[in-house]
Design a protein around this ligand. Sequence first.
Ligand code: HEM
Length: 198
Amino acid sequence: MKGIVFNLLESFVCEGWGEDVYEEILDRCPLHTQEPFVGPGTYPDADLVSIASATAKHLGLSLPDALRAFGAYCLPHLVGSVPDLVGDMDTPEKLLLAVDGVIHVEVRKLFPKAHPPQFAVRINPDRTLHLEYRSERKLCAFLEGLFDGLGDHFDRDIRAEKHACMHDGSDHCAYTLQVSARAVESKAPTASAGAGLG
Ligand code: HEM
């Protein structure tokens, strides 16, 4: 996995819980990598899983829940890292439809040795999206966090219904994604609202 993802995991922990906590977590991980993680570098996936597992333990979360929170954290940073590429993608649907054929294609050019996952995304007749994810890393919990982050980034609700999972023996994870406008929180009328009407 590319160093950029390790760097994001470090900032996720440092911003949320402090640098000391990150150092404690690293101390507990039996890592293959001894040198600092740098963005363009490529490091063993096992090291990322090791740091994510120790982070989950520290936070009292399951590994999938920690990966999901990390995915939500990553989305705006990933989008912000390629502004020229995603500038005119102004909806979650446009970004998701472009992730395999445009965004990760560019990622492979920008980061030699990157091995991003495969996506097949199509629009269903009812305007929901059908998305299939394939990766030997089986990081569907991280992907589900990216969906959460996409919703926040575009101020939309994204409901992801999962139909198949690689962790249950399928060769891919499949989702139906429903994107909708976020409900505006309506304020309960106050006692003064009717003042002056008699
Ligand atoms: C918008 C800009 C994006 C950038 C710059 C970006 C970049 C990257 C990079 C550098 C990696 C690591 C690949 C490696 O180390 O081999 C990665 C992994 C990944 N990306 Fe993206 N990505 C973006 C958007 C997205 C979106 C929108 C999705 C799906 C909603 C997505 C899903 C994933 C997943 C699930 C992984 C984890 C690796 C795996 O499952 O094998 N990415 N991405």
